[in-house]
Design a binder for this molecule. Sequence first.
Ligand code: MTE
Ligand code: CO
Length: 427
Amino acid sequence: MVDQTGPGGARHAASRRNFLKAGLLGGAAAAASAGMARAAGDPLITEVQDWNRYLGDGVDAAPYGKPSEFEAHVVRRDVPWLTSDPVSSINFTPLHELDGIITPNGLCFERHHGGTAIINPADHRLMINGLVDTPLVFTMEDLKRFPRENRVYFLECAANGGMEWKGSQLNGCQFTHGMIHCVVYTGVPLRYLLEEAGVKTSGKWLLAEGADASAMTRSIPIEKALDDCLVAFKMNGEALRAEQGYPLRLCVPGWEGNMWVKWLRRLEVGDAPWAQREETSKYTDLLADGKARRHTFVMDVKSVITSPSPQAPVTHGKGPLVISGLAWSGNGTISRVDVTIDGGRNWQPARIDGPSLSKALHRFYLDINWDGSELLLQSRAIDDQGLVQPTKDALRAVRGGNSIYHNNGIQTWHVNTDGVVENVEVS
Ligand code: MTE
Ligand code: CO
């Protein structure tokens, strides 16, 4: 079990109490007062604390800032038994600790097939070849002279939730749903580069290739390449992290993470898909009749409650409880998220707060007054195409019991009367 409080647990509890007390003045959570501290007699109020008595570090202490030491438990984690080697493996975003819609760079999950390539940007090249009028090679400097755009997108691995296909398994949304991140990308629309090279009319597909040891390659339809794909060099305002493809990665908004080739070094225009490993033996969907569906590019409408969740139990007892989660769709925006606290008998619309951007994470909340009884929490997202997140049973009816990829089924968390949360399935 992950340590919930961290070394600053007691102090956190104190500031949380004060915050809630302040909230009560607004009347929003009027029923809450029972468990809340009074200032009188609290040594954290009545006694001068060390941080108030002594000078702190100067401005030169941390030229590149890090999170507070009390947040040291907020890290990417892996599941050691999942893969045979950490070099071709995955770690997971700690979704249960995050809020809003943007993932901090250092917490974005990583999926590598051959480890992180370390590339000096001065030595990096991007080639465009194949069915083009003029094959081209760009340096990073060349790329930064094209007009650029800023876009917020989620990236979800097609295998996110794959371990949950047959039933609930991993105890935490970090592990069941954490193969996702959402950042602001800065990059050049791929269309500009393809126009510069001049795509021949016979050019229908694009092969994107990485410069890492796995030289990962994926085929992308030319319509998508000319639509909203970006060749990105920044995330959340700073250079891509090495593990996210520094100095250059492809963004294929709304489509499965495997296509977002990192350390992007080559784009070949062709007239048909290439049938590479990652689009034949991997990332295809086994159907109920035993046949495999080859291309499932779009990441379908999906959501998950991030708190409470197994790694984020309810520690404050009954009364006001903020239920929070994430919803997303590779088709566009999220128009509604419904939440149930009784395993699907009754649903109520959650409050979506923050930006609602196409192919980006959406943050939702349902503020309830918990009576201390058991809960079966689920969320169900609906996107702007009217697509509704399915139950896991509905998915299995179409895809059978042996699928892995593209599991967008509804997740259930069981909250017991002590606030302890477990991964269960109610379908
Ligand atoms: N690109 C290269 N060159 N090598 C890789 O191993 N992994 C792919 C994709 N692009 C990969 C790659 C997979 S399966 C996913 S889910 C995403 O990158 C993960 O991106 P992230 O590591 O930034 O989370
Ligand atoms: Co992936």
